[in-house]
Each structure stands twice: as structure tokens, then as C-alpha cells.
Design a protein. Structure first.
Length: 248
């Protein structure tokens, strides 16, 4: 049986390897991101020459000074791809990590923006990722903008969102129009169910594709070599998704 997390990892891996996008030679993964990390390890274990830096890797972490080094590398143009999420995400790919209500988030408080704006501006490719797909997360307009999806002419930025992947679907983002297009619905979902669960407007094709399942080869990699790499950093995730536990 294919786990939802395995399908999401395979979908993210396909986006990483998108031949129409700039090459992802060095990918960084932030805190608490086991599914993006699984996708990156899947790409690497499939034989693609990517450098993968996990910010919270417990041993062998290249970032001896943590986020400071990540930001330095990104500013130098040495990080090609990053993942961002948000308590709210709107149809212009703006993300909100501050909170709901008037500034500074007088309603629900989110964890905080930290380096999201810097990474969004300075990384050539950003994949937005949020498992929850609901009108409370995917909103018409975020209450507070932690990082904007597009910028005014003359504002320097290296890139913006490539796509948004959720627990229900995959959207592509067009920075020229500042709009998402529904690219595929995960098994069990369709155009109507995605529309009902999405608070922002978006474009969609006449026929909405179904997000592919991971191949048998990908599943074998995820459940074997990928899990081996992730056991130390994400033990709870590996136990829940792959039924694997680190050796005592």
C-alpha cells in the first residue's frame, strides 16, 4: 500500500527534476521538513548528482553555524532550490508565517517568518509545500505577508515559486500572471473537490491529470536507502511512514 507521504515525496522529486526549470545542483531543506527531505534523498538515490544540505541533520551537518551559513550560501547564489510553507498561502504565492488578524498577528500566531523572505527572493527555485489543503490555509489573500510571491519591476530577486504541493493536489505557478494553475489532483480527489477546498482562485485545464503513484523502483528506494539516510534525523517520520526504527 502506497502511503500519502510517499506519493508526495515522488511528486516533489519530479518537480526537482523538471527539465524546464533551472538545474537544482544544491538543495537545502529547512527544519521539520521530512517529506521534502525524502524527495531530495530520492532524487539523489536515483543517481542524480545533487548536493543535499539538511539544516537539522544531527551528524555530518555541513552547516556548523546553522542558518547563518545557509543564508550566506544563498546570498552568494550557491543554493538552487528551497522549500517553503506557510500558515496561509494565497493565489499570488504570498506566504504568511506571522499570524492571522492585524499585525503582528492578533488572531492565531504562527511560528514566525525567520529567513523566509530572504530565501524566497534569493533562491532561483522555491517549491511551496503544505500538507493541509483547506480554505483556512489556501486563502484569497494572506493576512500578513511574510514573503511575497512576486515583486514590483526593478526589485531584485532571483526567483519565485515553481509550484505548490499539498495533500490533495499539485499547482504550478506562473510569475508573469501571478496565478496558480492546477496541474494534478492526487488519487481520490478531482477538479470539484480541489476547488471546494481552495480559498483562492486559480486556473485549471479541461482535464485535470491524476498525480502519478511512485514507481516500484521509487518505493523500494524510499523504503530502503532513503529511509536509511533519514532514520537519525527523522526517526518518528520513518517509524510512521516506513515502519522502520533506528537501531537502539
Amino acid at each position: 500500500m502506497i502511503q500519502p507521504e510517499e506519493r508526495l515525496a515522488a511528486a516533489l522529486a519530479a518537480l526537482i527534476l523538471d527539465p524546464a526549470a533551472p538545474p537544482a545542483r544544491h538543495i537545502a531543506v529547512g527544519a521539520a521538513s521530512p517529506i521534502p527531505a525524502a524527495a531530495c534523498w530520492l532524487v539523489k538515490k536515483q543517481g542524480h548528482p545533487v548536493r543535499l544540505s539538511l539544516l537539522h541533520k544531527r551528524h555530518g551537518n555541513p552547516f556548523t553555524e546553522g542558518s547563518r551559513e545557509l543564508f550566506d550560501l544563498t546570498g552568494q547564489g550557491r543554493i538552487d532550490l528551497f522549500f517553503l510553507g506557510g500558515g496561509q498561502i494565497d493565489g499570488q504565492a504570498n506566504i504568511n508565517l506571522i499570524g492571522t488578524g492585524d499585525w503582528p498577528g492578533q488572531g492565531t500566531r504562527f511560528p514566525g517568518s525567520f529567513g523566509s523572505a530572504f530565501m524566497y527572493f534569493m533562491t532561483p527555485r522555491t517549491i511551496l509545500f503544505r500538507e493541509e489543503h483547506s480554505p483556512r490555509v489556501l486563502v484569497p489573500q494572506v493576512d500578513n505577508i511574510s514573503a511575497p510571491g512576486v515583486s514590483a519591476p526593478g526589485v531584485f530577486r532571483r526567483g519565485t515559486a515553481q509550484a505548490l504541493v499539498t495533500g490533495k493536489s499539485l499547482f504550478r505557478f506562473d510569475p508573469a500572471t501571478a496565478r496558480f494553475t492546477l496541474a494534478s489532483a492526487h488519487p481520490g480527489e478531482d477538479a470539484a473537490s480541489i476547488r471546494a477546498a481552495t480559498g483562492f482562485d486559480y486556473d485549471e485545464p479541461a482535464q485535470v491529470a491524476v498525480t502519478p503513484d511512485p514507481t516500484p523502483e521509487q518505493l523500494a528506494l524510499l523504503r530502503g536507502p532513503v529511509c536509511d539516510e533519514m532514520l537519525e534525523t527523522y526517526p518518528e517520520f520513518c517509524a510512521r511512514v516506513f515502519a522502520r526504527k533506528a537501531a537502539a
